[in-house]
Ligand binder design. Structure first.
Ligand code: GLU
Ligand code: ZN
Length: 459
C-alpha cells in the first residue's frame, strides 16, 4: 500500500441501531475512500462490554451492505484487541504519562457539580495525580478498582487543522486528565480509537461534531505513543426539518425501519450526500458517481436538516430508475396473491411511475382487482353527466374486449367527446379516481367483466 493511499473507516459502537447520523458518517467515509481509490475499513468499537451487543454488530453490517457500503479487509473488533491496548498503555505507564485514579463515580460526580456551581467548566480535579505508593496501596486496600488517567501537560496547546472547522487550538490547561483505561481493565474510547486508527493506517476520519472536543486528547495520546494520527473532519449535526434535534418523535427512523418501509438505498444515499455537503449535482446518482463528486472542501459547518420530503423526492426518482425485474422484486411482498407472472409484470410496470413506497401497491391492487366502492354523491353527480360515455364504452368492451385504443375510438365516434371530456369520466368510472397510472394497461389487467360491471352501474 502506498504511503499516499487514502484510508478511511467507519467505527460504530454496537450499542443500538444505525440511524441517519451514523449512516451519513459511514457514507462520507466510503465516498472519500472511493473518490481516491483508497480503502474503507470497518471497526467495531465494542470495548464497552455492558452496552455492546453482538446483535447490533450483525445488524449494522447488514445495514451497511444494504446501503452498498462494503468495506475492505477484515472487520476489526476492538473487544479482541485488549492485548494491543494493554501494550500501548504499558508504554505510557513506563514514562509516567498515566496514573491510577481511585475516585469513585460518585466522587467524580460531586466534584463535577461543585465546579459547575462555581461557574467553572467541569474537569477532573487531579485528585489522584500525585498519590505516592503508600497512598495508592491504601486505596487499593479499600477495595477501590482504579481507572488509568492520562496526565495532560500543564501548559501548551494542542493544534490541528480540521477538514471542516479549519485551524483549531485547545489549551492543555483546559483539558482535564482523562480516562484511558476503565476500572474493569478495558481501554476507554479515546484511547483504543486513536491507537487503532494509527495502527491500521487510517489517514482520514470524518465523524460527528460531538467528537471535536475529543480530538485534542486523542492527539496527545498519539504524540506520546509516537503514532501518526489521522486527519480529522467533524461533520455538522443532522437536525429535523424544523431545526430541532433529530429524534424519534421528529420522524427520525433507523436504517432498518427505512429499509422495511421500502426506501431504496440509492435514494437514502442521495439524500444523505446532501446533508452537510454542498453539491451542484441535482439528479440521482449511484454511489460511484457520488464518490467522484464528493469533496471534503464542500462540507459545511451549519447543521444539516433531514427532510422527509426531500427523501421522498429521491425515492421517487430511485423507483423510476428501477428496471422491471427490480421493481417486481421490490414490490413482490405487496402484490396480491394468485397473480400469474405475466399479470404481475404488467401490473408492476403499470403502477411503477405512481408508486413511491411499496406499501402503496395494495392501494393500486384494490383499484384494479378489488371491489370498487360506489361513488360518493359529488362524484356520482359528475358521472351522471357522462352516462352516454359509459354505455358507449360498455358496448365497445363487449365488442372489442379491453383494447383501450379501440374502446376510446368507438366512444369518441358515438358521443362526439374527446380529450379530457372523454378520458376523465372514463378514468373515474373505471378506477374511482381522477388520477393514476396510464389507464390502458390497468383496463387490460382488470379485465372486461370487471370493467363492464363498473361501467354498467353508471350508464
Ligand atoms: N465509536 C465512536 C462512535 O460511534 C467512533 C467515533 C469516531 O468515529 O471516531 O461515536
Ligand atoms: Zn482520582
Amino acid at each position: 500500500m502506498s504511503q499516499h493511499t487514502m484510508v478511511t473507516r467507519f467505527a460504530p459502537s454496537p450499542t443500538g441501531e444505525l440511524h441517519l447520523g451514523n449512516a451519513r458518517t459511514a457514507l462520507f467515509n466510503w465516498l472519500l475512500a472511493h473518490r481516491h481509490g483508497g480503502r474503507f475499513l470497518l471497526r467495531i468499537e465494542d470495548t464497552d462490554a455492558e452496552r455492546s451487543k453482538p446483535a447490533f454488530t450483525a445488524q449494522l453490517m447488514a445495514d451497511l451492505r444494504w446501503l452498498g457500503l462494503g468495506w475492505d479487509g477484515e472487520v476489526v473488533a476492538q473487544s479482541a484487541r485488549g492485548g494491543v491496548y494493554r501494550e500501548a498503555l504499558a508504554k505510557l505507564e513506563s514514562v509516567g504519562r498515566v496514573y491510577p485514579c481511585y475516585c469513585s463515580p460518585l466522587e467524580i460526580e460531586v466534584s463535577r457539580k461543585s465546579q459547575l456551581a462555581a461557574g467553572r467548566p467541569p474537569r477532573y480535579a487531579g485528585t489522584c495525580r500525585h498519590l505516592d505508593p503508600a497512598q495508592r496501596a491504601a486505596r487499593l486496600a479499600e477495595g477501590r478498582q482504579p481507572t488509568l488517567r492520562f496526565r495532560v501537560p500543564d501548559s501548551g496547546y494542542v493544534e490541528f487543522r480540521d477538514l471542516v472547522h479549519g485551524e483549531r487550538r485547545f489549551a492543555c490547561a483546559d483539558i482535564g486528565d482523562f480516562i484511558v483505561q476503565r476500572a474493569d481493565g478495558s481501554a476507554a474510547f479515546f484511547f483504543s480509537n486513536v491507537v487503532d486508527d494509527a495502527l491500521t493506517g487510517v489517514t482520514t476520519v470524518l465523524r460527528g461534531e460531538d467528537h471535536l472536543s475529543n480530538t485534542p486528547r486523542q492527539l496527545l495520546i498519539a504524540k506520546e505513543l509516537g503514532l501518526v494520527p489521522p486527519v480529522y473532519g467533524h461533520l455538522s449535526l443532522i437536525t429535523a426539518a424544523d431545526g430541532s434535534p433529530l429524534s424519534k418523535r421528529a420522524g427520525a427512523k433507523s436504517l432498518r425501519e427505512l429499509r422495511e418501509t421500502g426506501y431504496l438505498p440509492v435514494a437514502l444515499a442521495n439524500h444523505l450526500f446532501r446533508l452537510g455537503h454542498s453539491t451542484d449535482l441535482n439528479d440521482l446518482r449511484d454511489l460511484e458517481a457520488l464518490a467522484q463528486a464528493f469533496d471534503p472542501a464542500h462540507l459545511v459547518r451549519s447543521p444539516a436538516r433531514f427532510d422527509p420530503v426531500q427523501l421522498a423526492m429521491w425515492q421517487k426518482q430511485a423507483v423510476h430508475a428501477l428496471g422491471l425485474a427490480q421493481a417486481l422484486e421490490w414490490m413482490s411482498a405487496y402484490l396480491p396473491t394468485g397473480l400469474d407472472h405475466q399479470c404481475a409484470r404488467d401490473f408492476v410496470a403499470a403502477i411503477q411511475p405512481n408508486v413511491v413506497l411499496p406499501g402503496e401497491v395494495a392501494h393500486w391492487a384494490s383499484v384494479v382487482f378489488g371491489e370498487l366502492p360506489l361513488p360518493d354523491a359529488d362524484t356520482a353527480a359528475k358521472l351522471a353527466t357522462a352516462a352516454q360515455v359509459f354505455s358507449a364504452a360498455a358496448e365497445a368492451l363487449r365488442q372489442h374486449g379491453t383494447d383501450w385504443k379501440a374502446l376510446t375510438t368507438q366512444v369518441r365516434e358515438r358521443t362526439g367527446r374527446k380529450g379530457p371530456e372523454l378520458f376523465k369520466p372514463l378514468r373515474l368510472a373505471l378506477t374511482g379516481l381522477d388520477h393514476g397510472p396510464e389507464i390502458a394497461p390497468l383496463l387490460a389487467l382488470m379485465g372486461a367483466a370487471r370493467a363492464l360491471q363498473r361501467l354498467e352501474r353508471l350508464s
